[in-house]
Ligand binder design. Structure first.
Ligand code: AMP
Length: 537
């Protein structure tokens, strides 16, 4: 009972109890790589020895810029297992931001996939603390780049090391990994996870009413390992003995679908924008999913229209989930209670549109502007507050000062909670539309627009209004070749929503800006339409 919860124990478990289970990776090189948990464990020990040689000590930060693949998985285990801190950098960020974050984290070594060589060349002369850059490849594919000082080859490093290594035992509260939030304002802030928080989170992720991960699953995490640890799936796979299939950089609908079918994938996870590409490909080519039976969708609200397509047309169950970087990330998952399973399809879908029930370990409440707790009646909306053993109590290096309010973490999300405990995000607090002093939930308005057959993507933002302060403005990207007018869309809301929530105007754009984690950047849209004049004003 006194044994600490350490990430190295997951690797030991996978090697001893699921040695033959496979990890399949589509590599940056384009080919498919396969090996077993046993093979992986040996290489992770070699890597731990290599980290020693590179002068990495307990608590040092080791950065990665990498896709989902077996070498990234090896880093997850070798870095944290040996007592150092895995710092996953997000390659979709601007190079200036990557430099700022690497300096702030004081990264010592950076491991990168060859795809990111141009980014490495841009940042290498500027970062202050990184001593070596390791290309995740073998000698034959090493770039001859001279712009990168101290460029090393991953496979060379491993080849020189023995595959025995005694995993150290230390306090379970030791830091294991670090991920920065991509805040819309100010500098990014780091969320530092511990071995204990990661292990407890992993148990929760695998639970049946959470992601329901088992040894019988073949999991393809589309959600990147460079952001919030791919929602914990790389850990849950070792805990349960599930098979992993990594897509590398090939995240378009065609490549994903081929991999789902070729590898018999049963479960996947990702943000709504990824599934849009996949569904468009599957629909256009009249394909189906032979083995995939469920997918976790989170990161931003999953439109019910997308859920209905997955479930009714392709027999793929959608698990709507909510989380954030600061909470490791899993907070809620939407699985129905027994009495809800027999409800008519439309009612079930209305429940599934909610972000779901608290996973054990995460406690939820909603509060008003004065911090008073609001009722769980499914109507009152307030700021969502969370607490639990995998939720940060402060940002890395204490940035931003005290963050907890009476022990609760303020999420910045606005939500309702119904009597059955189902939480629904109505907005980001920064994105709410305040019309005549009342809040209008932009996510509801977007979900309705997304149900229109001509709409590919929709964002609802506040536009200035002299009488009501703000009124909803709908920004829409049409599906290729589709025809729809402003009045068509406005009348589409009739009967679907309270009349006064109906958007006052619709504008059509070619694209809606997405951030580094696939979320719509409404702050950019607000900036773009700052001068927009609503009709009749
Ligand atoms: P990040 O820290 O980048 O993972 O972003 C966390 C934020 O994403 C949350 O605070 C929410 O605003 C948003 N988010 C995550 N999952 C969902 C979801 N299922 N529905 C709506 N918003 C979500």
């Amino acid at each position: 009972m006194q044994q600490p919860l350490l990430i190295s124990s997951l690797l030991r478990h996978a090697e001893r109890h699921h040695p033959e289970q496979q990890i399949v990776s589509r590599r940056v090189e384009g080919d498919i790589h396969r090996y077993t948990f046993r093979d992986m464990a040996g290489r992770v020990r070699q890597l731990a020895n290599a980290l020693n040689v590179l002068g990495i000590h307990h608590g040092d930060r080791v950065a990665t810029l990498a896709w989902n693949g077996y070498r990234h998985m090896e880093l997850y285990y070798a870095v944290s297992g040996s007592g150092a801190v895995l710092h996953t950098l997000n390659p979709r960020l601007h190079p200036d931001q990557v430099v700022w974050i690497a300096d702030h984290a004081e990264d010592e070594v950076l491991f990168f996939d060859l795809t990111f060589l141009p980014l490495i060349e841009a940042i290498a002369p500027r970062v202050k603390t990184i001593k070596a850059f390791v290309a995740l490849t073998d000698r034959s594919r090493m770039p001859a780049s001279s712009a990168v000082p101290n460029l090393l080859c991953y496979e060379d490093l491993l080849d020189r090391q023995p595959d025995h290594f005694d995993w150290p035992t230390f306090d379970e509260n030791t830091a294991s990994s670090l991920c920065y939030t991509s805040g819309t304002t100010g500098h990014p802030k780091g969320a530092l996870y511990s071995h204990r928080s990661t292990m407890l989170h992993t148990y929760a992720v695998a639970l049946p009413d959470a992601m329901n991960v088992s040894a019988r699953d073949v999991i393809l995490p589309v959600v990147p390992m460079f952001h919030v640890n791919a929602w914990g799936l790389p850990y849950a796979a070792c805990m349960t003995g599930a098979r992993l299939v990594f897509p590398g950089p090939f995240l378009d609908g065609k490549n994903l679908h081929e991999l789902f079918e070729a590898e018999g994938v049963t479960m996947s996870a990702g943000v709504p924008t990824v599934w849009q590409g996949l569904l468009a490909h599957v629909e256009a080519n009249n394909l189906k999913f032979s083995t995939m039976r469920r997918t976790v969708i989170g990161g931003s609200a999953c439109p019910p229209a997308m859920m209905a397509t997955f479930q009714d047309r392709y027999d793929v169950a959608v698990l709507h989930a909510w989380g954030m970087t600061e909470i490791s990330p899993l907070g809620t998952v939407c699985t129905l209670k027994p009495q809800q399973q027999g409800l008519p399809a439309a009612q079930r879908l209305a429940i599934q549109a909610k972000q779901g029930r608290a996973v054990y370990g995460v406690d939820l409440k909603i509060v008003d502007d004065e911090g008073r707790e609001l009722p769980h009646d499914g109507k009152a909306a307030g700021e969502l507050m969370v607490r639990g053993p995998w939720i940060i109590s402060q940002y890395f290096k204490g940035d931003g000062g005290q963050v907890l309010v009476d022990g609760w973490f303020p999420t910045g999300d606005v939500a309702t909670i119904d009597p059955e405990g189902f939480m629904q995000i109505t907005d980001r607090s920064k994105d709410v539309i305040k019309s005549g002093g009342e809040w209008i939930g932009s996510i509801d308005l977007e979900n309705i627009a997304m149900a229109h057959p001509a709409v590919a993507m929709a964002a609802c933002i506040a536009a200035p209004h002299p009488k009501w302060d703000e009124r909803p403005l709908l920004v829409v990207v049409k599906k290729p070749g589709a025809q729809v007018s402003r009045t068509d869309l406005i009348s589409f809301y009739e009967g679907r929503i309270a009349k006064w929530w109906t958007p006052d105007d619709v504008v059509f754009v070619d694209a809606i800006p997405l951030g580094a984690t696939g979320k719509m950047q409404k702050n950019k849209l607000r900036e773009q339409f700052r001068e927009h004049r609503l009709p009749g004003i």
